[in-house]
Design a protein around this ligand. Structure first.
Ligand code: CAA
Length: 379
């Protein structure tokens, strides 16, 4: 058991921290207010290798481990969770899915530009009537011999307006249930693809969330990932890793709010002394620090298991449920420590509190994580 980070880990952490402070912090309040996608910042994140962190250099990635990814996600999320969700989806869902299960041709054509940040991707599972119940896919892909004909609507799609390449979960053989589902690579510019209006959200308002409609979209057979019927397993395996990314995002939101509360408590005076000298505040800070550290350890454990090629489904879900609930609690307490100042935008904690909520919802709600965990421990 070794709790030391390597020199390389510390370097990545510092690079992510510097980027967050220098490039993301300026303008984060305005981007949140006006729902402005961080276009320039995402481009730079791509150039620095943060959009294909774990992809082999052979396919344009940075070739780093999952521990580095957790460290970078925490630093970026402390400052701007709207940017870190783009990073998480591109790394964990799109690049990992393609590198692990794609053909060599698919990797050359799609993974190389995605991992090097020239384009970004989107992962499309959720539908108007299929969120938690992921086998109830209504988007169909009719087998037409050499191609599929795709019809349906996907909802709540992160990067829905900005992505150039989509990984889309579709139903091909409804009579086969989860074994009739496929995963297809669909290019945004394919005729019949329409992007719906941008969602007006509570949090992560700088990220780009849309519904995407498919009407008689022709997708060549060579764009299917894996064997016919592999789509549900593809989605579940990909989401298991995605949950480490979102857990790390929640960790960053929580640790960012905790650090702001700690700093503020040493500056703000009440009843003749800094509020950090009041036990009511000290106990809050102690609980925040403990929960943040526990979240960090769960994230790192899941990342370590993934790097060791062990099964990380259980640890990833534990990390996600704990870190996201911690994020909601810590950010709410951070607003409380700030008092009235916490309720206004300039102090950042109200945004972190709004951003925290989505980590309990996307990539599997807290309830879904508890299903995954209880199935695993009960066998
Ligand atoms: N790894 C591999 N295979 C898995 C698996 C995993 N983690 N989980 C399930 N499977 C397999 C099962 O073994 C089963 O295969 P067999 O039939 O061969 O045994 C098959 O998949 C079907 O599994 P279940 O019977 O367990 O399926 P279920 O209908 O009971 O659903 C669930 C299980 C865990 C609830 C699943 O539906 C789920 O995870 N739902 C949540 C979906 C989700 O996370 N959505 C998020 C959307 S993406 C997003 O949010 C991105 C974003 O914007 C940031």
């Amino acid at each position: 058991m070794d709790f030391q980070f390597t020199e390389e880990h510390l370097m990545i952490q510092k690079a992510a921290r510097d980027f967050a402070v220098n490039e993301l912090l300026p303008g984060v309040i305005e981007r949140d207010e006006h729902q402005k996608f961080p276009t320039e910042q995402i481009k730079k994140l791509g150039e620095l290798g943060f959009l294909g962190m774990m992809v082999s250099p052979k396919y344009g990635g940075a070739g780093l481990d999952t521990i580095s990814y957790v460290l970078a996600m925490e630093e970026i999320s402390k400052i701007d969770a709207s940017a870190s969700v783009v990073m998480s989806v591109n790394n964990s869902l799109v690049c990992w899915g393609l590198e692990t299960f794609g053909t060599e041709e698919q990797k050359q054509k799609y993974l190389v530009p995605l991992a090097s940040g020239q384009i970004i991707g989107a992962f499309m599972l959720s539908e108007p009537e299929a969120g938690s119940d992921a086998t109830s896919q209504r988007t169909t892909a009719e087998d037409m011999g050499d191609h599929y004909l795709v019809n349906g609507t996907k909802n709540w799609i992160t990067n829905g307006g900005t992505a150039s390449v989509y990984l889309v979960i579709v139903q091909t053989h409804p009579e086969k249930g989860s074994k009739g589902i496929n995963a297809l690579i669909i290019e945004k510019d394919t005729p019949g693809v329409t992007i719906g209006p941008k969602e007006n959200k509570l949090g992560i308002r700088g990220s780009d969330t849309h519904s995407v409609m498919f009407q008689d979209v022709k997708v060549p057979k060579e764009n299917r990932i894996g064997e016919d019927g592999f789509g549900f397993k593809f989605a579940m395996k990909t989401l298991a890793g995605g949950r480490i990314g979102i857990a790390s995002q929640a960790l960053g939101i929580a640790s960012g709010a905790y650090e702001l509360a700690l700093k503020y408590s040493k500056e703000r005076k009440a009843f003749g002394k800094e509020i950090s000298h009041h036990q009511a505040i000290q106990f809050k800070l102690a609980d925040m620090a403990t929960k943040v550290e526990a979240s960090r350890l769960l994230c790192l454990k899941a990342a370590w298991e993934k790097d060791q090629h062990l099964d990380y489904t259980l640890s990833g879900s534990m990390a996600k449920v704990f870190a996201s609930e911690t994020a909601m609690w810590v950010t709410t307490e951070a607003v409380q420590v700030h008092g009235g100042y916490g309720f206004v935008k300039e102090y950042h904690v109200e945004r972190l509190m709004r951003d925290a909520k989505i980590t309990q919802i996307y990539e599997g709600t807290s309830e879904i994580q508890r299903i995954v965990i209880s199935r695993s421990i009960l066998g």
